[in-house]
Ligand binder design. Structure first.
Ligand SMILES: O=c1ccn([C@H]2C[C@H](O)[C@@H](CO)O2)c(=O)[nH]1
Ligand SMILES: [Zn+2]
Length: 132
């Protein structure tokens, strides 16, 4: 099994910029690209709570904003604020289902451990453009 500790560490770097005056729950994420680039994401909250954005969606959106696509993404790491391994919310799963390859490794990390999954496992039978 590949060692993804370096990517968990990057996600913790990203977490430092989280803006969480409401939940006080900071999340960090990092996309690793084939060309060696790391693209960070963190959660950014808003007084209108529903206008907040999750860390992993910020990381993947930012990746696409810079002109990269799913083929360029090697792995995505996500870390939360405590001892548990957090996993993406439903909205993020739907977005990751479209913007990541089904088997791209998703690393769910904490300070002392991590687990590797993918969006095929997290969101089976995704609604896609093929269904319309
Ligand atoms: O996978 C997750 C789960 C939660 N959050 C954020 C949303 C909100 O800002 C805070 C508490 O839910 O954590 C993420 O960024 N990613
Ligand atoms: Zn989310």
């Amino acid at each position: 099994m590949k060692d993804y500790q370096y990517l968990v560490d990057e996600a913790y770097e990203a977490q430092k910029n989280a803006y969480t005056p409401y939940s006080h729950f900071k999340v960090g994420a990092c996309c690793e690209l084939k060309d060696g680039t790391f693209i960070h994401g963190c959660n950014i909250e808003n007084a209108a709570y529903g206008s907040s954005m999750c860390a992993e969606r910020n990381a993947v959106f930012q990746t696409y904003c810079r002109g990269y696509h799913k083929e360029d993404i090697v792995a995505l790491a996500i870390v939360g604020d405590g001892p548990t391994l957090i996993s993406p919310c439903g909205s993020c799963r739907q977005v990751l289902g479209e913007l990541l390859d089904p088997e791209t490794p998703i690393i769910l990390g904490a300070r002392d451990r991590y687990e590797v999954t993918n969006i095929k496992e997290l969101l089976p039978r995704t609604f896609t453009s093929e269904d319309m």
